[in-house]
Ligand binder design. Structure first.
Ligand SMILES: [Zn+2]
Length: 284
């Protein structure tokens, strides 16, 4: 079950408590090829493939790894679980997730047939239009200019998108606009618990060119083979930004559960790079 935090100070206390167990568990996992564990999506004990081929230094990235037989990684199973906790069976609400080509979308669609999936397909396309992506019709949505009507959604979800959005505060304004009153935003992004404010890695200049403030970092992208440029690593200021955009009950949830394959990214620099299994939740 998620434990919720609003303040860095409280979270750091929690981190100190789990740290010895966390490091031992993740060192053990890193050395395995496969482990058995409980999949919150399959709702049973399954085999997890530990290493997805994504590394942080020499360490397998366990946030992208621990892939269940159903195809979902640690990060994707965590967000699936967070979504399922928001939706009780009699809810007839409108859900949207800003991904469409992923296994996570397929799994959500099986359980919530009404869910709307979309991708950021490319620049200059109108949000809400359908584009051909590898032979399937995919709805294009830009997180800073969504086509959803104001106050039209009960739940909106994005999963490691925000770090690629230069104008991320504009994205928060849009997410707020499209939610109904008491509607809920759930998302993940690189969130480094030692940071007070975000670390900006790159920016877009007025002429549209990109200035790199650090070594460029790209993340795997289902649509762009070159990957998606990372503008930010976020910290606790992100929760304040959400509050400033009007959201209430802004909090960070962590669910550290080794048997369920919910462990950290396994970053070799614990103090800077370590990303615990967290989600961020905010209510309109
Ligand atoms: Zn599974």
């Amino acid at each position: 079950m998620f434990t919720w935090f609003r303040e860095k100070h409280d979270f750091l206390q929690y981190v100190e408590e789990i740290k010895p167990y966390q490091l031992a568990a993740e060192r053990y996992l890193s050395l395995q090829r496969e482990v058995r564990g409980y999949c919150a999506v399959c709702q049973g004990v399954r085999t997890f493939k530990v290493n997805s081929g994504v590394y942080l230094g020499d360490c397998p990235n366990l946030r992208e790894g621990l892939i269940c037989e159903c195809g979902l990684s640690n990060r994707n199973r965590l967000i699936y679980l967070a979504i399922s906790k928001e939706i009780n069976s009699d809810m007839k609400g409108q859900l949207a997730i800003l991904e469409r080509t992923s296994v996570l979308y397929q799994k959500l669609k099986e359980k919530y047939p009404e869910i709307i999936g979309s991708e950021y397909v490319g620049e200059g396309m109108p949000s809400g239009s359908f584009q051909d992506v590898c032979g399937i019709k995919v709805r294009h949505e830009s997180i800073t200019q969504l086509s959803f009507g104001s106050s039209s959604l009960d739940l909106i979800v994005h999963n490691d998108v925000l770090e690629h959005v230069f104008e991320y505060r504009k994205a928060f304004d849009e997410l707020y606009r499209v939610l109904k009153k008491e509607g809920c935003l759930i998302f993940t992004c690189p969130f480094l618990f030692m940071l007070d404010r975000e670390l900006q890695r790159a920016r877009i200049l007025e002429d549209g060119s990109i200035e790199f403030l650090m070594d460029p970092e790209y993340h795997g992208d289902p649509i762009r083979p070159e990957g998606a440029l990372t503008f930010y690593h976020f910290g606790w200021g992100l929760l304040k930004d959400l509050t400033q955009c009007g959201f209430t009950d802004v909090k960070l949830g962590v669910l550290y559960d080794v048997f369920s394959g919910f462990v950290s990214s396994n970053h070799p620099d614990y103090n800077y790079g370590n990303m615990l299994p967290i989600i961020i939740r905010a209510v309109k």
